[in-house]
Design a protein around this ligand. Structure first.
Ligand SMILES: *Cc1c(COP(=O)(O)O)cnc(C)c1O
Length: 367
């Protein structure tokens, strides 16, 4: 039995009737950009997040860039970022001309270690980006406390955590602004690229909207040098259908995760299981294990037909894109060597998950 890493066809099949009628509706309307599907989705999504405003944009990276630009962060500024994250978090900071300053992750949750943030702050620091990595909310109380003390903005990179809660509050409502991605594989995924900025700050969201639409509020009047980064009507219509099932689909992910956790409990000292922090509700974008012989475990699993992926095989400061970074970041470098992600998703059936467990157990005997 083969188990793919992620099944992107079943979500379509489950919602086919509704998605098709959303498609028909948009296609026959003759209106494809900046229309009522996007504005309805923006209202639905900000309400879902417990925030006041949202702006549909082209993708998650642009959402981060537009937030930074909207906050006037750029040349000469520093932004604190987790060293262990998808590289988009860093690229957004670099794209606006600011400098990403890495902070190591907590060894248990893999999210930014909030107790290390203060020592990374300088006179140039303007903001902290908190990534809710793998679907688990970051330690937001501690991050907000240190940010407030030093007058820093807090930006959530919520691209992996749609719907997750922290002390009962949704991600997207936990900082000054949040960036979401609707890349197909995310917990709330479109059928192409898409993203959103969510915030309760009206001035900021108006600025983001203007920047994302050629720096224009009124057609052909350009107040700032903006870009073209918009969510389109078709994707927004599909996302409205999928938003309705997001909580239910996250619950299915949580069920898969709890069956994995109980099956793997205590089977090997070398197999390190994911852990949830107090108050953090995990929505399991990824189920990430650790093993000192990660590559051998993954090779064996692939031979048995179970796909795994690595998130991420190279720490950002070790990539060619950041060759000028000479940092030694022990925890991030260790994680890049040891983590691997096993199949996870709302359409992973019980038999599939059981097969994954069986193959992981065999792999541990084998390596
Ligand atoms: C996916 C992702 C992004 C970027 O989103 P795109 O829509 O692919 O541009 C940013 N940050 C994190 C943590 C992500 O996982």
């Amino acid at each position: 039995m083969k188990v793919p890493f992620l099944d992107l066809k079943s979500p379509f099949v489950e919602l086919q009737a509704e998605l098709n009628s959303a498609y028909e509706h948009v296609m026959s309307s003759g209106w494809y950009v900046n229309g009522s599907e996007v504005s309805s989705f923006e209202k639905d999504f900000s309400a879902f997040c417990g925030s006041n405003f949202s702006v549909g944009v082209g993708n998650g990276l642009d959402a981060l860039v537009l937030i930074l630009r909207g906050m006037n962060i750029g040349e000469g500024d520093e932004v604190i970022v987790p060293s262990h994250t998808f590289i988009a978090t860093w690229l957004a900071v670099s794209q606006v001309g600011a400098i990403p300053v890495p902070v190591e992750p907590d060894e248990i949750t893999y999210n930014i270690n909030a107790s290390l943030i203060e020592s990374a702050i300088t006179k140039k620091t303007k903001a902290v980006i908190a990534v809710h990595l793998y679907g688990q909310p970051a330690d937001m109380d501690a991050i907000n406390t240190v940010a407030k003390k030093h007058g820093l903005k807090v930006i959530e990179d919520a691209a992996q955590a749609h719907g997750a809660r922290y002390n009962g509050h949704r991600v997207g409502s936990l900082g000054d602004a949040a960036a979401f991605s609707f890349y197909p594989g995310k917990n709330l995924g479109a059928f192409g690229d898409g993203g959103a900025v969510v915030s309760s700050d009206k001035t900021l969201t108006e600025m983001v909207r203007m920047l994302s639409n050629y720096g224009s509020k009124i057609k052909y009047e350009h107040d700032v040098q903006g870009v073209n980064s918009r969510l389109d009507e078709l994707q927004a219509a599909m996302l409205r259908v999928k938003l309705k099932v997001l909580d239910e689909w996250n619950k299915r992910r949580q069920q898969v995760a709890s069956s994995y956790l109980s099956s793997f409990q205590g089977i090997s000292d070398d197999l390190i299981l994911p852990e949830c922090a107090q108050g953090a509700e995990h929505v399991w974008h990824l189920f990430v294990l650790r093993h000192p012989k990660r590559d051998q475990v993954c090779r064996y699993m692939r031979e048995q037909g179970v796909e795994t992926l690595i998130h991420y095989p190279h720490a950002c400061h070790k990539t060619k894109a950041y060759v000028n970074y000479k940092h030694h970041l022990r925890v991030s470098e260790m994680l890049a060597e040891q983590v691997f992600s096993i199949p996870m998703g709302p359409h992973l059936a019980a038999e599939g998950a059981e097969r994954v467990v069986e193959v992981v157990k065999k792999a541990l005997v084998h390596v």
